[in-house]
Ligand binder design. Structure first.
Ligand SMILES: Cc1cc2nc3c(=O)[nH]c(=O)nc-3n(C[C@H](O)[C@H](O)[C@H](O)COP(=O)(O)OP(=O)(O)OC[C@H]3O[C@@H](n4cnc5c(N)ncnc54)[C@H](O)[C@@H]3O)c2cc1C
Length: 485
């Protein structure tokens, strides 16, 4: 049994040790008795909120991080790192020591070198605040509250990836506190294997990142096109899904978007309102003139009777802000994951998938199920070789993503039913997708998860793990194992 399985025994020895740790930190060490402990421990996915660490270290500097790592190693306590706390699978929760990087959230733009230095605790919104309204950006995802570090370490996909690449492709260097407490800078010329692994090898595996330098991407034009279309009823949902899927397989890199089929507003009985159910929503953007966007979307518009159509010219940053400004969500549980796709889904599969969503449990704003096709990959993402960075998914065009979302007030029975629907739906889509899954959207029930996340890069990742964390100090349910001899 691993030494680290002792994690979580809040013994007297630990509490004395914690006093000693507290004395070395410039940041704060919170114990379960501290009034802000529960709030600081709350992860984005409420399903994992009951996992309680022995203490939470709010690290203010790389030295604080090193002190925590050394303390964990010496005490045999599991260190788990948290930035934005948005791991779908709760991988930033622990019964050991929770190392939070939140106070290290500085963002500094270097206009001369067209780079930005981002502290490991910064959220997407903190990065965005420093680049908004300039001619430069970093391709990030769609959630302002997600931590930049978690996003970039797992690759990072969003609405700009098809023309600007994955977030990790713009990483220039990263500072990391290793399992031995040493701090290193990894870039193309030093600690190059660690730098390779940092671009897609996912968080929590090789050390604690404390800061990143990222290159800024010039925005090709400030006037762009944006769209939102909605269809309802099984037939129109199927035909519009197929039209969009086909468009995106021959679309220019500058067109990006996703479709979502949801069982929200499920009719209370079999017939009432059934013609408006389920709903398919299509959203995205085009880095080009709105007239060209209209031409590209014509087959979608003609695929059925849209009950909402908006295809408009927008200023680039306004579109980003609209895109990203989702109101802060109430406490909720969720499960999401995605398989990559590289060809349009057959009509029969689309039909079955939509009927599956229409018949899914839940359907109220408190508890609902959905399937999304995220056309966020291909284009520039696929111009990088699969082994050039740890992010291996370089031959895909989209991600097919079932998701469930519930508030803690929904009944445990309904939550179980939705979990069952989620795993069945995942099994249903698997044969029609590539044998790969997105490591930024991890799911504990994914069979052979590491091969799906890292593919042919997995053996090299286990070698990097062996070189940088030979005793597996940083570990969790789907962490990268140490290579065997
Ligand atoms: C609402 C929502 C929207 C999302 N949208 C997108 C999207 O559009 N595109 C996309 O690509 N992904 C998206 N994601 C997934 C998200 O990018 C990943 O879950 C990411 O890992 C979250 O980072 P975090 O810092 O917020 O989470 P955390 O839970 O804090 O961390 C995630 C993982 O990284 C590790 N980690 C955190 N900080 C460090 C560090 N300093 N050093 C080493 N390891 C660290 C943690 O231990 C954990 O294993 C979304 C997630 C949610 C919940």
């Amino acid at each position: 049994m691993a030494l680290w399985s002792l994690a979580g025994c809040a013994s007297e020895a630990n509490s004395k040790g914690l006093d000693a740790l507290r004395a070395t930190l410039s940041g704060t060490l919170l114990l379960p008795t501290d009034p802000s402990f529960a709030e600081q421990n709350q992860p984005a996915n409420d399903e994992f909120a009951s996992i309680t660490p022995i203490a939470i270290a709010l690290c203010a500097s790389p030295q604080d991080v090193a002190a925590c790592v050394n303390w964990c190693r010496n005490e045999g306590i599991q260190p788990v790192i948290r930035g934005g706390g948005h791991s779908y699978a709760g991988f930033s929760t622990t019964q050991g020591l929770l190392i939070k990087t939140t106070p290290m959230n500085s963002v500094r733009v270097d206009e001369a070198n067209q780079t930005v230095t981002i502290g490991a605790g910064a959220l997407n919104k903190e990065l965005l605040a420093h680049v908004v309204n300039t001619n430069f950006m970093v391709p990030i995802g769609t959630c302002l509250e997600v931590g930049f570090t978690g996003l970039v370490l797992g690759g990072g996909l969003g609405d700009n990836s098809r023309w600007a690449g994955v977030t990790a492709d713009h990483l220039v260097s990263t500072d990391v506190v290793l399992a031995n407490g040493q701090s290193v800078t990894a870039n193309a010329t030093q600690e190059a294997d660690l730098f390779w692994a940092a671009r897609g090898g996912a968080g929590g595996n090789f050390g604690v990142h404390t800061s990143h330098v990222v290159s800024l991407v010039e925005i090709p034009r400030r006037q762009i096109g944006a769209f939102e279309l909605k269809f309802h009823g099984i037939q129109d949902c199927v035909s519009s899904f197929m039209a969009f899927d086909k468009i995106m397989h021959s679309a220019p890199d500058r067109l990006s978007g996703f479709l979502a089929i949801t069982n929200l507003n499920r009719p209370a009985n079999g017939t009432r309102g059934a013609n408006k159910y389920p709903v398919a929503t299509f959203c995205g953007s085009y880095i080009g003139p709105v007239d060209e966007l209209r031409d590209l979307l014509r087959p979608l518009q003609h695929s059925g009777k849209a009950f909402h159509t908006e295809i408009v010219a927008q200023e680039f940053w306004q579109a980003q802000i609209d895109w990203l400004s989702v109101p802060k969500l109430p406490v909720h549980g969720l499960a999401e994951t995605a398989h990559f796709t590289n060809q349009p889904l057959p009509a029969k599969v689309v039909d079955q998938l939509i009927r599956r969503v229409a018949a899914a449990p839940g359907g109220s704003p408190d508890a609902y199920c959905e399937v999304r096709l995220m056309c966020w990959t291909g284009g520039k993402v696929n111009t990088v070789a699969p082994d050039a960075t740890a992010y291996v998914h370089r031959s895909s065009t989209g991600l097919l993503r079932p998701a469930i979302w519930w508030q803690p007030t929904s009944s445990p029975g309904l939550q179980r039913e939705m979990q069952g629907w989620f795993s069945d739906t995942l099994r249903f889509i698997t044969p029609f997708c590539q044998p790969s899954a997105f490591q930024n959207w991890p799911y504990r029930g994914l069979p052979d998860a590491l091969t799906q996340y890292y593919g042919s890069n997995l053996p090299r990742l286990t070698q990097v793990k062996k070189a940088y964390d030979p005793n597996n100090l940083f570990h969790y349910e789907q962490s990268i194992p140490v290579a065997s001899a």
